[in-house]
Design a protein around this ligand. Structure first.
Ligand code: 8X3
Length: 250
């Protein structure tokens, strides 16, 4: 029997890449991202049959035509991991940059919707599927200067809950995974390449690694067919909530 198909957005780095590596043992993969070269490099390491889709998730036409270009035998997508997402800036609301706001709303909210719109109707028609939305602790608690990033992740939380309601009658599972601090290129993007500042976010405690979240995704996908892990918060041991992290001073 052919392996099931998993579709992963934001697969060129961090949680998405780690998830692709892990799921490639059990799934045929559709890996998506903006950076073709990175997708190609990842593809070389994967154990499974893989399709590469390059698109800018902010462009709804690119998203829909890339997904529409999949060969017929790749259309029955069993698992959708809506992982693509970024933070841009960490400023008080009155000092925020409108371009940053647009990027976060476009990628984290609208991009997730564009991909979902292209993939979910097939799941509904087939009466099966599992959607895993990668939210954030920032979608459960608002923290100082998080404003628009938090709003975008609150939207992801609402969309997960909305999907669970609307797709219930089709037998589609919806899981929302909300990580706390994960050491990836997330902070480098947030701080626009200021690596020193980004490094400090993960200093003096053990943050989550991308693979920790990937293993959690693998876990939720492997529950028996009658079980859905609904909303899941995953934190490094040192983190108590969005603002309290027990850092060892040196
Ligand atoms: C990433 C976690 O705490 O930096 O979504 O917002 S946090």
């Amino acid at each position: 029997m052919k392996k099931p198909i998993a579709f992963i957005t934001g697969a060129t780095s961090g949680i998405g890449e780690a998830t692709a590596r892990l799921l490639s043992r059990k799934y045929r993969l559709i890996i998506c991202g903006r950076r073709r070269e990175r997708l190609r490099n990842l593809h070389r390491d994967l154990e499974s049959e893989t399709q590469l889709l390059t698109f800018n998730i902010r462009n709804r036409h690119e998203v829909s035509s890339a997904i529409a270009s999949l060969p017929d035998e790749w259309r029955s997508i069993d698992v959708l991991v809506n992982n693509a997402g970024n933070a841009h800036g960490l400023n008080p609301i009155h000092e925020g940059d409108v371009d940053d706001w647009e990027a976060m709303i476009d990628i984290n909210v609208k991009g997730l919707l564009y991909v979902s719109k292209a993939v979910i109707p097939g799941m509904a028609k087939r009466g099966r599927g599992h959607i895993v939305n990668i939210g954030s602790i920032a979608g459960l608690e608002v923290y100082p200067n998080g404003n628009v990033y938090c709003a975008s992740k609150y939207a992801v939380d609402a969309l997960s809950k909305g999907m669970r309601l609307d797709l219930n009658k089709f037998g589609i599972k919806v899981t929302s995974i909300n990580p706390g601090l994960v050491e990836t290129e997330f902070s480098e993007v947030r701080f626009k390449g200021d690596t020193e500042r980004a490094k400090k976010v993960y200093e003096n405690y053990a943050p989550l690694k991308a693979v920790d979240v990937a293993e959690t995704i693998d876990f939720v996908l492997n529950r028996p067919s009658h079980v859905v892990v609904g909303d899941l918060l995953i934190l490094p041991k040192a983190q108590a909530n969005a603002v309290l992290v027990n850092k060892k001073s040196n």
